[in-house]
Design a protein around this ligand. Structure first.
Ligand code: ADP
Length: 269
């Protein structure tokens, strides 16, 4: 916020004025701080897999030079290097998506498609992951068609993020229920699980970049800590909202509400 103050003065000899400019730097400072924190987080997140890769590669190199290696060990070390490289790739991909989203709406494509068909195809693709985690995943479209205009790939990424979170953070024999429908000039998508839930004190931070309730668990499941932040930014760029309700130990519900834009405005009187 910038405030301008003017003061005039007049004496016998001359008239004049003073302009005082006061700029509120707290907002600027807050942005600087969060940018600094973000860069520190990115560096840390990239350095961790790099350190592991370097350590394992050096050990392999040393054993190869010494002609002392056991095949099983070799394979398990190479597996670690492979997994850590995949982690770095995911992280860099997510960072690129975030930087594209920093351009707001300009970074998004605009096309017409049926959101319900998109949810259905994402659910179908995630079914295999749900099955191998011994979870049931069901989709209930409460309206046959959900005409929508926006970025299809971005919306697909949101659905993949949220549904794969539900799978990652729900123990075996759990249930994941996805529903979608119309509501006035909006469409909604709900993703509900009966998994581990999120403690109340973590909920206000859950959309922050790199925020995780349980770092070790997220790492073990291959998470980057950016999925919810990306989803939030994509939904916001479409003018919608994303909310999370959760009870620790009982389950989580994610509700996405999106304005349908032109097509619904036409019918409004
Ligand atoms: P991650 O890559 O760690 O999954 P996200 O940004 O997708 O990152 O999610 C941030 C954190 O929110 C996760 O680490 C997890 O602690 C929590 N979380 C997200 N979805 C769920 C869910 N359905 N149930 C429980 N916790 C969740």
């Amino acid at each position: 916020e910038i405030k301008l103050y003017f003061a005039k003065f007049r004496t016998k000899e001359k008239t004049g004025g003073i302009v005082v400019v006061l700029q509120d730097i707290t907002e600027q400072q807050r942005l600087d701080n969060s940018r600094r924190e973000f860069v520190a987080n990115v560096s840390h997140e990239l350095r961790t897999p790099l350190t592991t890769i370097k350590g394992y590669a050096e050990t392999l190199l040393y054993s190869a030079e010494e002609n002392d290696f056991d095949k099983d060990n070799f394979i398990s070390f190479l597996n670690v290097i492979n997994n850590e490289s995949d982690r770095m790739t995911r992280l860099v991909k997510d960072l690129l998506v975030l930087s594209r989203l920093d351009y707001g709406k300009k970074g998004l494509k605009k096309e017409k498609f049926d959101l319900s068909a998109l949810v259905e195809s994402v659910v179908a693709k995630q079914e295999i992951n749900a099955k191998s985690a011994h979870l049931t995943l069901t989709y209930e479209p409460l309206s046959a068609l959900l005409p929508f205009e926006g970025d299809r790939d971005a919306m697909e990424q949101v659905l993949v993020n949220i549904i794969s979170n539900a799978i990652k953070y729900t123990g075996s024999d759990g249930k994941i229920y996805v529903a979608s429908g119309k509501m006035y000039d909006s469409v909604y998508i709900k993703i509900k699980d009966n998994g581990i839930g999120i403690p109340k004190e973590d909920l206000p931070h859950i959309f922050e970049r790199f925020y995780r309730v349980d770092k070790a668990r997220s790492r073990e499941k291959g998470g980057t800590g950016l999925g919810l932040a990306i989803s939030h930014d994509i939904i916001a760029a479409h003018g919608g909202s994303i909310k999370i309700n959760s009870i620790y130990g009982a389950g989580t519900e994610v509700v996405i509400i999106l304005p349908t834009g032109k097509s619904s405005k036409k019918t409004r009187k």
